[in-house]
Design a protein around this ligand. Structure first.
Ligand code: DHB
Ligand code: FE
Length: 260
């Protein structure tokens, strides 16, 4: 970054924070509480959580726009490559309703993109991300797969219930202190990529989730909210080799061709 850019953006940030301090007549007690808080936030390793919750959505909107949303703090690279039929790695007794997500990866112009890569991750039904929080085995509910020759894919996973941020650290402390809830609607995360296209970072949400309109991370967009169809007839369950009812939904991911 150029000296000029740093001076412009950081200078404006400093000015705006000073303006807020001024306007709200911040006391020395409050100033020291804030300093102590920010130190503890770092010691707890929660800076990525804090920044992604409060600020990533704006950076995302400026840089991706329609069809995308925030990455959040819990992506890990090198998730296992899955084999067809795709099933996101999970425990034998993984909690949650079965979800079969199908869809197509297309260019913004509408052409299917054969072989596009979907890197997918989600929390388990208890809100824990593998490789981040204690509980799930490594790479649980994380995997990479490719779209077929028609740009189509289908993957089985679990319906993600409403999600809350990790608790017990400075992030929860701040949300409690402000009287704000710590929920996000249940979501599936994706990075969808293909040669010649800008990778799309996004999430999918589900109709009926009570936090769609009050996501603590401000990362819901209408085009990312899917409706679930329930299948509970014995024939449908047998056809899928499943012993319990399942849900289906589908989505089209649209990738922007890279310039040049
Ligand atoms: C954030 C985003 C997520 O998807 C998540 O699971 C947790 C936190 C965030 O914006 O910080
Ligand atoms: Fe998440």
């Amino acid at each position: 970054m150029s000296t000029e850019r740093v001076a412009t953006v950081v200078g404006d940030l400093i000015k705006r924070i000073n303006d807020a301090i001024d306007e709200h007549e911040v006391t020395y007690d409050e100033y020291h509480a804030a300093m102590n808080y920010l130190i503890r936030l770092g010691e707890a390793g929660e800076w990525p959580l804090f920044l992604d919750v409060f600020f990533e959505h704006t950076v995302e909107r400026l840089n991706q726009g329609e069809g995308g949303t925030i990455e959040g703090p819990y992506y890990v690279p090198d998730a296992p490559w899955l084999e067809r039929p795709y099933v996101l790695p999970q425990r034998d007794d993984e909690k949650g309703d079965v979800l079969i997500l199908s869809g197509t990866v297309r260019s913004t112009g509408g052409r299917p993109i054969p072989g596009a890569v979907l890197d997918m991750w989600q929390a388990d039904a208890d809100t824990y991300y593998s490789n981040v929080q204690e509980g799930p085995p490594p790479y649980n509910l994380r995997g990479r797969m490719t779209a077929d020759d028609n740009g189509e894919f289908e993957v089985r996973t679990i319906v993600p219930p409403s999600y809350h941020l990790p608790r017990g650290g400075p992030m929860e402390e701040l949300l409690n202190a402000a009287g704000w809830h710590d929920f996000r609607p249940g979501h599936l995360h994706f990075i969808v990529s293909a040669d010649g296209y800008t990778p799309l970072i996004t999430q999918l949400y589900f109709e009926g989730d009570r936090y769609l309109d009050s996501d603590v991370a401000s990362a819901v967009k209408p085009e990312l909210v899917l409706s679930l169809r329930k299948h509970d007839s014995p024939e449908e369950m047998e056809e899928r080799g499943l012993k319990k009812p399942f849900f289906t939904t589908s989505h089209e991911f649209r990738l922007k061709p890279q310039d040049g």
